[in-house]
Design a protein around this ligand. Structure first.
Ligand SMILES: NC(=O)c1ccc[n+]([C@@H]2O[C@H](COP(=O)([O-])OP(=O)(O)OC[C@H]3O[C@@H](n4cnc5c(N)ncnc54)[C@H](OP(=O)(O)O)[C@@H]3O)[C@@H](O)[C@H]2O)c1
Length: 268
């Protein structure tokens, strides 16, 4: 896939390196393509990526990734002009500002940054994703041996599967693990996962009892793992799946259930 990554800092660099290694055509859109830090990044990626202006990168791409600081994001989008029309935009930006108590959200209490970005990027399909974790985790999404799950939010149902596939490549094993589990347990989980309302309807009564084997798979543990390991794996996954972190109630409930099943076994 042809990817334009706007901003080649922590996030842009980690994502670009990861996707370039997977064989995607990565084009960084930066303010100064000749800057030594950009050239160093291209060298580190082994010549598998290139750099130019944001407009050039967007013109060549099917998918544009925004990894700019929030205050620069509107200008970066506008600098791409009509080259964003009909494209998919992955928005990893957090609308952060420095308030009296440290880092704070500049917006997000009555409108989201994703909605603002979609407003600036008319004619493109914006998906909010990748912003709920640190760039180190984007480069290597593994925690205590357990790979993390990444969430995608956007209302373009036609392009969503393409986005999920691309994001899933950063974290292929855990995505396949969780999806395979969910497909076995509840073939209609994708409908439930659309929203919390669906999640609430997906009661354990309709799913049946989770087996120990499935619980180990969900937590990414080997059979016989100890209570401490179970607790650690649960905490690690919940950090990624908890609704407060942009996760879904449905998936968080499955992870909680897996912990309960295994701890019950330990108690008996
Ligand atoms: N760091 C994280 O772990 C993390 C995690 C989740 C989300 N995020 C979000 O991701 C975004 C990027 O974070 P970061 O840590 O990667 O920041 P960063 O290291 O400071 O990188 C920002 C990049 O954006 C470029 N940039 C600035 N203004 C630009 C413009 N007008 N046009 C094109 N490029 C421009 C900068 O280029 P110059 O070098 O030329 O200034 C730099 O390459 C932020 O919105 C942040 O909230 C970060």
């Amino acid at each position: 896939m042809k990817l334009a990554i706007i901003g080649a800092g922590n996030v842009g660099g980690a994502l670009g390196a990861n996707w370039a290694q997977k064989g995607h055509d990565v084009f960084f859109g930066v303010r100064d393509p000749k800057a030594e830090k950009t050239q160093a990044l291209l060298r580190a990626i082994g010549g598998k990526a290139r750099a130019g202006s944001a407009a050039e990168a967007a013109a060549s791409a099917d998918v544009i990734v925004l990894s700019t600081p929030w205050p620069a994001t509107e200008a970066a989008i506008r600098s791409m002009g009509d080259n964003i029309k009909g494209k998919i935009i992955l928005d990893a930006v957090n609308p952060l500002t420095r308030g009296p108590d440290g880092i704070a959200l500049e917006i997000g209490h009555s409108i989201s940054a994703g909605e603002k970005v979609q407003g600036w990027a008319a004619g493109a399909s914006v998906f909010k994703t990748l912003n709920t974790t640190g760039f180190g985790n984007m480069a290597n999404p593994v925690f205590n041996g357990v790979k993390s799950v990444m969430f995608v939010a956007g209302d373009d149902a036609t392009n969503k599967p393409k986005v999920i596939d691309l994001i899933g490549e950063l974290d292929n094993d855990s995505r396949q693990l969780l999806m395979a589990y969910l497909d076995r347990r509840e073939p209609r989980w994708r409908e439930h996962a659309q929203g919390d309302a669906g999640a609430r309807q997906a009661s354990s009564a309709t799913r049946g009892k989770m087996t120990e084997e499935e619980a180990y798979q969900i937590l990414g543990l080997q059979p016989g793992a100890g209570a401490q390991e179970i607790g650690r794996a649960h905490r690690s996954l919940m950090k990624k799946l908890h609704p407060d972190q942009g996760g879904s109630t449905y998936l968080a409930a499955r992870v909680n259930e897996a912990k309960e099943v295994l701890l019950r076994t330990h108690r008996n």
